[in-house]
Design a protein around this ligand. Sequence first.
Ligand code: CO
Length: 530
Amino acid sequence: MDTGTDRPAPVQPATGIRKPVRLRDVEVNRRRLLRDGLGAGAALTLGAAVRSLPVPEATAAKPRAPHALGFRSLTDEVRLPDVPVDGRVPRWLSGVLLRNGPGLFEIGETKLNHWFDGLAMLHAFAFADGRVSYANRFLQSSAYKAYRREGIMKYSEFGTDPCRAIFSGVSTLPLMGKIPNANVSIEHLAGEFRAHTELPVPVSFDPRSLKTLGVDVPLPNGRMGTAHPHYDPRTRERFSYELELIPPSGLRVIAEKRGNRRELAFIPQDRPGYLHSFGLTRRWVVVFAQPWEFDLATFLGPDSGPIVKSFQWDDSKPSRIMLIDRRAGGVGAEFEVDPAFAFHHINAFDDGDSVVFDVCAHRDASVVDALYLKNLRKPGPKVPQASPRRMTVKPGSSRVRVRELAEGNLELPRTDYASVNGRPYRYAYGVGVRNPRRSGFVDRIAKLDVKRGEQTHWQERGTYPGEPIFVRRPHAKREDDGLLLSVVLDAGRRTSFLLVLDARDMSEIARASVPHHIPFGFHGVHAADA
Ligand code: CO
């Protein structure tokens, strides 16, 4: 482990991933473990069972792409009531860390193409009196249930279309199931937990048993949604958007309060621009619309393929910043800026008449192609990195001030959301790549100090961390007085562990190791009361 101030590191592609290992189904008798394994020795029992499995030949020798293990399926569902802990997990840490991400990268004979396609698996690390337990379970999406029932891929995913795979060349619209493969994020609102993907239908689940509870509404045709809705506890409003792909196409911004839904704006777009998140200040919804645009003709054409193929980058067009008035509705101001691509907003706030918003900015949408599994697993893949970037706009002026918040790259950004979202803030946390020229994948946890304009890191050789979740210490006064929780792949041991860092200085407090690998996920949430 080392921490230190970041050195200047230009945005460069990553390298070094090797061919994946063919997965072998892991035969652990889950029922027996559940029945017999509820004592203190359960974790050891399971650990022994998993470790005794044959090691695939390709990885028995020193693998050149150790992190490719994070793109390998995890087929087992387990419950480990007592996960061994190195260090001391603070006793005040309660509740559960819930994580979402792909768990299965093959469906029967079909190998999924893109990281975003994998079938959703939920993971739960629960805390009580310094002890840690773990459970994981597949989300019972229509895709997963069809796979279990028929052994085949029946529904379209972002980068894999089963119809094209089975009936190559036959024109067809994406086939969607009733329950989406919601593998991206988790929303915790009013005691409910819902898994999201980029469709406007979240999937409810129980945070302790991880049992899928289902969906409230049917999936509308040709409509995308956000995996990153916002909630303002001050006004008790939830904000989200929908992207209509079929004419009349465009972006709809929505506010909901106590079940009442209000359309704040509908922005017509002939070629709707892809969005993954947005910003929220006290006054505005901030949309950063990028010229990665949906082409209907391609989508309806005979060779449409999965939906990702219908989005096209057009760098002759600017990115657009739109401010939507939270109270009055409508677009209050619009700005143009050089084209850039962002999955994630970090934070946004009003600064007098100006609006400040920070994003993880990519040069263009090529990062989406870089996240194909074939690329991520092969030697020398190129994965463009994002810079933490601040944009400041002022209604009445067309000028956009743009600056980088710090040197180095940052993705999967988090803040102490409840305390600082929509307000001036100092700290954000995320993941990064130490040396984008050499590293195969995300290999460090970053803390961004907006005030000082620098990043500090936690990193350890041979480990690959996921999104860090900030948990505020009770009665904390400093913004960064709390913990960071991150699920880290230990490639050397072929296992994963939950890492607990002190967010103030990025030092390790504890780690709780499970006896199997956890595939790289996207987002999660900590719920103190679950
Ligand atoms: Co996201």
